[in-house]
Design a protein around this ligand. Sequence first.
Ligand code: MLT
Length: 205
Amino acid sequence: TTNTMKHIYKAGAQPDAPTILLLHGTGGTENDLIGLAEMIAPGAGILGVRGNVSENGMPRFFRRLAEGIFDEEDLIARTAELGSFVDAAALEYGFDRSNVYALGYSNGANIAASLIFHQADVFKGAILHHPMVPLRGLELPDLKGLPVFIGAGENDPIIPRRETEELASLLSGAGADVNTHWERQGHQLTRTEAEAAAAWFKTQA
Ligand code: MLT
């Protein structure tokens, strides 16, 4: 049920507005990306979710063994949990489940990517700020035409450039329409990256 994850929901301005699923970075909350969502998708509905895992008090969406080394069993279980939560939230709040875009940063972008790796129609599109390859060795579902924006840092200390490129090529290899935007501000989500995501989103809706 929708009680299984702490969240905030705000309906869109119009019934046909998309819903943006907000997925924060490590140590964030369900409120972190609201301003970003309002900038990228004005008038959209908002479903902000808090990760159920705590790492020394910092909310996350799945466990990790070390920075960049994921607990894959937990990641797979948490991916399914988040997917079910979004399905249940659509029923409870009455938004269109087929018109949901993911907006994730860092750890939140990683679980969004994991959802896409596991479920063909989980999102209408996705904005992934500083994502990693969530899992390797999976056969991806058919992602034909899925629009994905990736924001990355050439000098991101957590994510080597080749890992961003690997994620982009895994997604596009499964049919997704991937657009990668590069910044030079490390792991940060910068204003210019947010503006690039907003410009990209305008071409989608
Ligand atoms: C992760 O654990 O998902 C990545 O290392 C990014 C982050 O630090 O959250």
